[in-house]
Design a binder for this molecule. Sequence first.
Ligand code: ADA
Length: 572
Amino acid sequence: MRQINRMIRMFSTHEIRPQEELSESLWDFTPLEGEQAGQTRKVLVPGCWETLPGLRSYRGIGRYARRFFGGGNLRLEFKGVSHTAKVFLDGEQIAFHYNAYTPFSAVKPGVKEGEHLLEVIVDNRFTPESALHIPNDYMTYGGITRPVALERVGSAYLEWAHYTPFFRDGRWHCRAEVCVKGVEADQPADVWVRLRGKAFYLGAAAPGPKEEAFLAAELDLADREILPWSPETPRLYRAEAFLMRAQEKVDDLIDRIGFREIKVQGDRILLNGEALRIRGVCRHEDWEASGCALTTAQMQQDLNLLKDLGGNSVRTTHYPNDERFLDLCDEQGILVWEENHARGLVEEDMRNPHFEEQCEQVNREMVAAHYNHPAIYIWGILNECASETEYGRECYARQLHQLRSLDQSRPLTFATCRFSHDRNGENFVLNDICMDLPDVASFNMYPLWYFDCDVSRFLEQVHGALSQTAAADKPFLVSEIGAGAEYGYHADEEEKWSEEYQAAALERQLNAVLSDGRCTGVYIWQFADVRVSREWFGGRPRSHNNKGIVDEYRRPKLAYRRVREIFRRDSL
Ligand code: ADA
């Protein structure tokens, strides 16, 4: 097995464990339904089948297959399959996974050396079993949409290693927690972590087959040279966990960490003691030419545009993102609000018998995979779901509790739109009954788009209502604000859908929000135009959500320039 993994992350995660990328290569793809059922062709993985001729609107099942050479205890890691995957090795099913936006793996011990057939049956249909992928204001694409890796592991391997830096007594410390997974019964393996040139022994682990062993330690780095991570100086350090047997390294897991602490103090979010000021965009993983399977070049192009705008943050609406994107954010000091996968679910949707278990899984997989990214400063859940109902409240409380138990180092939030008001924005009533639950109060609002109202007056009413709740003194974020425009449609500033109207609306919206002293910052809805699922709502022109400040090809609209002036001024 070759040691090639440069397309999976932005750095190598193993030097000891043999790893080979199975993506960035051609696979056989066969739609199993519709007009092209049974027709096999070569496709590049990762990719979305909607980009293939004749399949732009294919919602169904597809089979992906390729052969590879290898043997031993094989571990396959899929960074994302949209949205349901059944994985078969030489005809035997070895994994099932639901949800496009989190990674999963499968281990098959004792595979004989030689050529093997890997098949993935992918399903992107909206069925009753799918509580989170439903017809929506974004597209659920089909395919193996993120990288795939093949690894060879021993009798036990490192499943994850989490690092929590903290500042105490004038210097940086770090807590490490490691999960070792068993494959075959064996003698214990010694678990080590190396950081800043020092090796720390965490203990011995001997998990049985399919069992997990957890080891943790506070690492006394005794190191005053460490530079903290910040948006201005995004310094990353290599952290390496490894297993030893008979004085020999038998497995490793390499990651990068940043020394920074996030705390909520009064109505501010502090990064290493400094109050954050968010100038952000909400971004879907979506480009016209590639669907949700973005290349690193496309990811970086988006970040280049964000930096050009004077922005400093991305909200990963409405799901966990590709790890390469998070790596790029770590390296460039872009703050990330990462959220679990859910958008606009009403109580009935949340009562789907699969909802809780599917959310629980996304939360768990999201934190397990993304815990170490210093760029992620906050976790979000359940965008615009039923936080106005008692049942919804139970779900919010349960999920926030789950996230708190998985990660105590970041604040939590959710973006609400559960309020009502008159057409002119007056008589604002907050219907949300969950404001006591998050650490940060976040509001999605559309004055000057879905209704006409002075933005400052609207904010005043929001604050008035919030002051009556347990969130009165919490940090406040505008998690969405914006207006629609069709690229290239020019008209009077008064005319909705024109680039002129969008630019003028965003100018007024951003000026009002950024001059509101109570506000920690703003996320524009949205960065780029995106496809919406055809089954969702016919009221989106071109079947796209057109509130992007660039279009789906990244061509800037007039609003781009206006936002750039405002964000740049604000960043001075
Ligand atoms: C919501 C939602 C977004 C998008 C937006 C809009 O607030 O969170 O996903 O649908 O509205 O364009 O109306």
